[in-house]
Design a protein around this ligand. Structure first.
Ligand SMILES: [Zn+2]
Length: 366
């Protein structure tokens, strides 16, 4: 058994001088979390899926059919790099041990995290919410468990989850977009997740659709993410609300345009507000333009929209489809279904588990 600090020097902790560490201690109490185990699982094969987030770490045992056999949510000491390493190791060991004890046969581990990931090396380069850079998560998890481990970004996880239990089951060529705080993407080509040279392919949110567009979080201007994320929907709402003070949007935000978010725009559209409707149409048009390029590049069989904003998909999906058919090359875009995700909400652990099953050649046939 190696010491807790054996990985020191392999990676760096960041932000600790700038941000106060959240005082979460890795006690047995914390690790126990809110777990539950389905009974009658003896001898069933499963994988461990872990969704590594800035506020919580979700872990689940998922069988070959996508059923969650055991799950738990644990606080994420994301601002304290050293605690993060300890918690990560302890959780993986503890949960795997628990599954084995209850008779499950754990085959592989899948970890999904937001951020830039060198997928082929199994390294989390940097994550917006985790004070841990160049973290060799795959190596650590493999040493703790002795199992095959795959690490990938959360959007690829969501795309894998969709193919595992959602709209793209049995679909070998697809484009998946997560519409949330940002815009993430995952692309399947000929039945395989597109990974690229270092495993960083599929950053679909950062294709530029207007060189003079708004600033993007990546530092560039006019990326799809700066136009078609949930954040962008709120910003667009704020802009039009300033010029049209009689909109329901301003009332929802107590008169402060800055407080308008994407959810308020959707709600105001449901209430019949014409300003909000205009905002959503502009936003859908931009999303449609991005999808046109993606269809031209990847020739998918299906395009799937997931992420938080897709919960309001009934309000904008027809406009997106219209833009795609008006602006795309007919021979390429005609007849390509653009649909909403069917695995909304559970994409995190299910996606990570789907990545794990893929890593070992897919779940065994039912
Ligand atoms: Zn960008």
């Amino acid at each position: 058994m190696e010491s807790e600090d054996s990985h020191k020097g392999d990676y760096e902790f960041v932000g600790m001088a700038l941000q106060p560490a959240i005082s979460i201690t890795v006690s047995q109490e914390n690790l126990k979390g809110g777990g539950k185990m389905v009974s009658g699982t003896t001898n069933r094969e499963c994988v461990l899926g872990m969704d590594l987030g800035g506020t919580k770490i979700a872990v689940a045992a998922v069988d070959a059919s996508g059923e969650i056999l055991s799950e738990g949510n644990f606080p994420s000491p994301s601002q304290d790099g050293e605690e993060m390493v300890k918690t990560f190791k302890a959780l993986i060991g503890q949960e795997c041990g628990k599954y084995l004890e209850s008779g499950l046969r754990v085959r592989a581990v899948g970890i999904a995290a937001a951020g830039y990931i060198l997928q082929k090396e199994g390294i989390l380069m940097e994550a917006p919410n985790i004070a841990w850079r160049n973290a060799p998560l795959r190596k650590i998890a493999a040493e703790v468990t002795g199992l095959p481990v795959v690490l990938d970004n959360d959007a690829n996880g969501a795309a894998a989850g969709e193919r595992f239990v959602g709209a793209t089951r049995g679909v070998d060529n697809s484009v998946y977009l997560t519409l949330g705080t940002g815009v993430g993407g995952g692309v399947y080509v000929d039945g395989k997740l597109l990974r690229g040279h270092r495993g960083m392919a599929g950053e679909l949110g950062h294709i530029v659709i207007d060189p003079n567009g708004p600033l993007c979080g990546c530092g560039n201007r006019g990326c799809l993410e700066a136009f078609a994320s949930g954040t962008a929907l709120g910003n667009e709402g704020a802009g039009l609300a300033r010029k049209n003070p009689d909109t329901v949007l301003l009332r929802m935000a107590d008169g402060d345009p800055e407080a308008i978010d994407g959810r308020m725009v959707a709600e105001a559209v449901r209430q019949g507000d014409s300003v909000a409707l205009r905002v959503l149409k502009i936003w859908s048009g931009h999303l449609g333009l991005g999808i046109v390029s993606l269809i031209h590049i990847f020739d998918p069989e299906m395009v799937v929209l997931g992420g938080g904003v897709s919960n309001s998909g009934d309000l904008f999906i027809d406009d997106v489809r219209r833009t795609v058919s008006q602006r795309g090359i007919p021979a390429l875009v005609e007849g390509i279904p653009i649909v909403l995700s069917e695995s909304r909400g559970e994409a995190g652990v299910i996606g990570a588990a789907a990545l794990a099953w893929e890593e070992i050649g897919g779940p065994p046939p039912a």
